[in-house]
Design a protein around this ligand. Structure first.
Ligand code: AMP
Length: 405
């Protein structure tokens, strides 16, 4: 569907053209008219579906249409809360890009960087705040921002924010906004906690599901059964065999991310780690270099990679399987974005059986198991030289093969 039928403000229309968007994505087609009409909206959509523009476009239009120029300068009229700094920056980029021809101003607010620049921006006045909950509360407590004139509140990636323990902060933030506000809530998955948040914060919401409780259909999934100690070797072989484009590797812990980076750097790949022990500037550098293609492999933990918007990610490799099916879908949402094809490889050990079953349930079909030809699955663990478990390892691999055949 073309954007013309939404009859957006000319200035927003020009922003759209400059951004090069031609056709609305399904979530945009579904949600934009409702948001324009002022309804509360619940969207089941993950990153990669165009959901950011689905709320940014009608918000910009509505802010311009109400044209509430008042004496006393700018006031905050739209608040977008989101779980991570990276996401806040990405949403803010979309606001700036699509709002380029408007005079609306926006600011980002998140932790891990100095308070002062944010304080200054807020005090100068912005119509749109894109914030992570914790830091926003700090600013509110210091009187740096007021939310009583907020016309629209967006709760982005609600499931993830609740997972991260942000519920009390979100509730405190909501209390400071007007009860007459419009509320838009987006979440990749829905469980009782998200439903409860929606019930408490919204009035007669309209629901749009893009069927994205399962990942984008453009992603091909494969499982690689492998004993734990052979994972680094298998990863390297996988990298050797693919045309290395932009590959996002997930590990369970920060420490494992660092170890994997060391290993693949030694094998000659430009790689970097992205996790919470890295400073904000290190994280930004890693993401920028990855986006520019200077780094081919980015090794990340879940939280750090949340919401990464890099159109060209060709493969997601789960070095460690995620802890839940939901988080698998979040990870996989990083590839196959905006209709591109993507591959999702997951290295699995026999301990991962239950999670695999959950993932397959959500996907609605079994995932292909593959063994890498020519890879020495029998290699012993050098951590356990005493047991010299070549036979043991061999049997384990055989049992893995049987299990996953
Ligand atoms: P999102 O799901 O909001 O993270 O968006 C995913 C990517 O799709 C972003 O890089 C957007 O810039 C891009 N995008 C969003 N809407 C459109 C559209 N209608 N046409 C082309 N690209 C789009």
């Amino acid at each position: 569907m073309s954007f013309e039928s939404f009859k957006l403000d000319d200035r927003v229309e020009r922003g759209l053209q400059a951004a090069g968007y031609k056709k609305a994505t399904p979530i945009q087609t579904a949600a934009i008219p409702s948001i324009l009409a002022g309804h509360d909206v619940i969207g089941t959509a993950q990153t990669g579906t165009g959901k950011t523009a689905a709320f940014v476009l009608p918000i910009l239009h509505n802010l311009l249409a109400a044209n509430a120029k008042e004496p006393g300068g700018r006031r905050t009229r739209a608040l977008i809360i989101t779980p991570t700094r990276e996401l806040a920056e990405q949403i803010n980029d979309v606001v700036n890009e699509l709002g380029k021809f408007t005079s609306l101003r926006s600011a980002t607010v998140y932790g891990g960087v100095g308070m002062q620049p944010q304080e200054k921006a807020l005090q100068q006045g912005v119509e749109v705040i894109v914030a992570c909950p914790g830091r926003l509360l700090d600013h509110l407590n210091r009187g740096n921002a007021r939310l009583d004139r907020v016309e629209v509140l967006v709760i982005d990636e609600a499931d993830r924010m609740l997972d991260m323990g942000f519920l009390p902060s979100i509730q405190q933030i909501m209390k400071q906004t007007s009860p007459r506000r419009q509320t838009l809530l987006f979440s990749a998955t829905f469980d009782a906690a998200v439903e409860q948040l929606a019930a408490k914060s919204m009035r007669f919401p309209q629901r749009f599901s893009m069927g994205t409780d399962a990942p984008t259909s453009t992603v091909a999934h494969t499982l690689y059964p492998v004993p734990q100690h052979l994972k680094p070797g298998l990863l390297q072989r996988l990298l050797d065999e693919m045309t290395v484009n932009s590959i996002l590797v997930f590990t369970r812990t920060k420490h494992r991310a660092d170890r994997v980076v060391e290993k693949i750097k030694r094998a000659g790949y430009a790689a970097s780690a992205l996790h919470a022990n890295k400073s904000q500037s290190q994280r930004k550098l890693a993401v920028d270099q990855f986006r520019a293609g200077k780094i081919k492999v980015l090794v990340a933990t879940d939280i750090a990679a949340r919401g990464l918007d890099i159109a060209s990610i060709s493969h997601v490799i789960n070095f460690d399987i995620p802890d839940s099916a939901t988080s698998y879908i979040h990870r996989i949402g990083r590839t196959g974005r905006a209709e591109r094809l993507g591959d999702a490889f997951t290295l699995v050990t026999h301990e991962d059986k239950d999670t695999i079953r959950d993932i397959e349930k959500i996907l609605g079909s079994p995932i292909e198991r593959r063994l890498l030809e020519g890879f020495n699955y029998r290699e012993a663990s050098d951590k356990d030289p005493v047991a010299l478990p070549s036979r043991h390892t061999y049997n384990r691999v055989r049992s893995l093969k049987r299990q996953y055949a």
